[in-house]
Design a protein around this ligand. Sequence first.
Ligand SMILES: Cc1cc2nc3c(=O)[nH]c(=O)nc-3n(C[C@H](O)[C@H](O)[C@H](O)COP(=O)(O)OP(=O)(O)OC[C@H]3O[C@@H](n4cnc5c(N)ncnc54)[C@H](O)[C@@H]3O)c2cc1C
Length: 473
Amino acid sequence: MAQRTPEKRREEELSANLCVPLRLCVKSSPPASKAGYSSARAKGLRLLGTATRRLSSFCILPSAFPPSRVAIAGGGAAGFFAAIACAEAAPDLEVVLLEKGPQFLSKVLISGGGRCNVTHACFDPREFAAHYPRGEREMIGLLQRFQAADTVAWFESRGVMLKTERDGRMFPTTDSSQTIIDCLLGAAKAAGVKLHLNRGLAAVTKHPDGRFELGLSDQTTLTCDRLLLATGGCRAAALGQVAVAFGHTLEPPLPSLFTFHIETPWLRELAGVSVEPVELSVPGTSLRQRGPVLLTHWGLSGPAILRLSAWGARELHGFNYCFPLRVNWLPHLTSEALAAEFDSRRKTQPARLVANAPLASLSARLWERLVRASGLPGDTRWAALSRAGRHQLIQQLQRTELPVTGKSLNKDEFVTCGGVRLSEVNLKTMESRLCPGLHFAGELLDIDGLTGGFNFQAAWTTGWIAGNALACL
Ligand SMILES: Cc1cc2nc3c(=O)[nH]c(=O)nc-3n(C[C@H](O)[C@H](O)[C@H](O)COP(=O)(O)OP(=O)(O)OC[C@H]3O[C@@H](n4cnc5c(N)ncnc54)[C@H](O)[C@@H]3O)c2cc1C
């Protein structure tokens, strides 16, 4: 009779003792060193692909009720990433993805103006995490496990190349969000994920044996061993009710990433003008942002406005979105520098109309409106600019006060701030600290980022971590 190897003997003993089949759970890990990413990026992102395929650890786990079933509610970015990670790491698990709507990945489709801003080219977890008004501290640890470079490598290893724009945003080279959808759908199918449309999670009961019974919107039920909630931002309170039913606290959901309504007529007449950079602040608060703004026919938009709305999501809601906005149109110039420039113009171009002589980065139209808004008569020439007039003009350029009277959704990207309280979630596994077997990922959590690919990265990161944890059921 052939000799049995020690490994074989141990496997047989374990199997016999437990009287259950063994399941091989393969946990993959992202690259240990991020140092090479910047140079790899410089050489082309193709280099990144190989590293993430490295397998770091193997664990052999007993499975009491084969095949164990993991159910994932929510067919968005986080749900798909979790489902794929789980099914790839534990091929004998049954992974069921339940989407309540008629379409998977509907937000991915419309994201980034139809191009899908997948992530941001920033490969230092700490620096990356600084882009999350809610969840910054927690994202540092989460990104140390799966960060932007891992996302790039993940997609690249599945044939999707990403490119970086000047501002750091990363898009598929096809400039089409459909590429990302096709990749995620293909990977899920290849990994054996069971995909269901029009089957939303409506109710959940937890049995004493730890399993969950799901009541679904198509009037069927499904039992699972583990449940992942990846149902997206809970703008309507009902969307967070499953988490609440298991004792979780929802940080109040509020919009983030919105633009400002400003009635001021001269501003609206300049719709389409962009100014870079300006400094924005909200008097009486510590809110302050510097960057480009876009004048629109309803008020102000652009990166600096969106950042201010994200960092101030709660405070600005507290003002019912009615507050004064202070704008410094020339933040790189001090009042002294402006005064010196005006004095020099008095001498060098005394006969020229002030309104016709724009300064620095300001367009002729904006300059002319600002001069008029400062109260100077339109026919004032530099020679006739009094001390008081000079002061008025400097005040207007550095401290224009615009009354914000409301907000509009930014059609390119918006997210919900608030969601499941992070202290109630074990961030190593994304499992509930209150209900074992229940996991969370994506925008449902109280994590939200600035525009630029940070919100999808939170979905990829939390989905990947949750999916790998679920694989070790
Ligand atoms: C217009 C727009 C553009 C955006 N562009 C970008 C961008 O370019 N880059 C970026 O980083 N971020 C962008 N975002 C933000 C980004 O889309 C979200 O942060 C991200 O989609 C969150 O992923 P998620 O999987 O957590 O949630 P979602 O994508 O919202 O997916 C949740 C899914 O769960 C389903 N669902 C809800 N309830 C149930 C239930 N009870 N049962 C089953 N299924 C359920 C929903 O139908 C949905 O399909 C954009 C957002 C918007 C609105």
